[in-house]
Ligand binder design. Sequence first.
Ligand code: ATP
Ligand code: MG
Length: 398
Amino acid sequence: MKEPFLKPLAIVEQLHLHGFEAFFVGGSVRDLLLQREIGDIDIATSARPKEVIGLFPRTVDVGAKHGTIIVIYEGSMYEVTTFRSEENYNDFRRPDNVTFIHSLEEDLKRRDFTMNAIAMNHKGEIIDPFNGVEAINKRIIQTVGKPSERFSEDALRMLRAVRFVSQLDFSVVEETKTAIAKHSHLLDKISVERMTVELEKVMRGHNTTSAFKLLIETEMYKYLPGLLEKRERVEKLALYDWSNFKERPEYWTLLAYVIELKDIETFLRLWRLPNKIIRAVEININGLIKVLDSGWTNQLLYQLGLDRALQVQRVYAVLTSQDPKQLNETVRTLFSLLPIKSRDELVVRGKDLLYWFNKTPGPWVSKLIETIEDNIIKGNVVNDKAVIKEWLDHCNLK
Ligand code: ATP
Ligand code: MG
């Protein structure tokens, strides 16, 4: 057994000690076999949620109804889920009720793709009833069982296939792809929040080109929020190199810029993004349009601040096929040359203006501060109290 499984091995062993079966399952086992960085480690067990809660001092009930309990162990969180089958699919979505079962194999059978239906026991031995290891070696995505049935049970799996194309650089086998094309309309039934999670993983993946092409080829894009009439725009998305982005708003900035410039907010609301991200994307796009139009100015750099300016620059680099590292260096240099980087650095305060002009407070104070700030940024006056006072007198700005 290798890191990072050594720590959660104690959870598996504790379950064994009390007579339960327990295995590592899902993405962590797949990623171990792929020698990829391992994310969350999930454990499947024959113990019922209540029994899991009873065996560990620190647990969080995140979905006992569905069998899932989080066990907190040595500062890390692990999802421990009771073996279950999901028979009662309703309306092409995940079932509301699940049946707890006793067999690992039945539990693996309900999983989406063969590469995700592999288990590993406490000795590091692989249990692979659906030939997931072979799929990993061939780098293919194939449903466990008949794809049409599996996508009718839970339509999100089709979008998960696309995100694995992007994340893992695998290809979807023909039968599974044909079934996606046939059932893509079922995505209509899926909650937007679940789709947003997968689309973000598509955008953050390594092979965005193949993933967006697959969205077109299967016509799945038509059933994603705000993309119905946007075939050509989605085709464009496939052409860009998304790999240099870092922050969440950058991905949505490129997406919104390419898909829907007219009403960015409505488009992003369709994806149910938090207000903070929507606002960030709007600011980014306004900045981006200015950079595309007339390049960087001191005012724009100052308004955006360094972090946001770097985000805008990375999207600009992608849109104009330029080297983002070099362009970001340019932004850093230009920013370092700004006379002031934020309002805190302004040497004049409201109280100075009140004293100088001997007037009562009012909106004129903040307006004048803005004028001074703007002129410092433009290089019309330096950030020095005496110089500013003289400049104000000279320009008769009171
Ligand atoms: P990641 O590395 O992005 O976390 P993952 O494969 O672990 O990928 P999760 O969403 O964390 O994906 O799901 C964990 C496991 O649960 C999957 O590997 C798969 O076995 C199963 N699973 C998740 N979603 C579904 C689904 N919609 N239908 C069937 N099985 C699913
Ligand atoms: Mg996972």
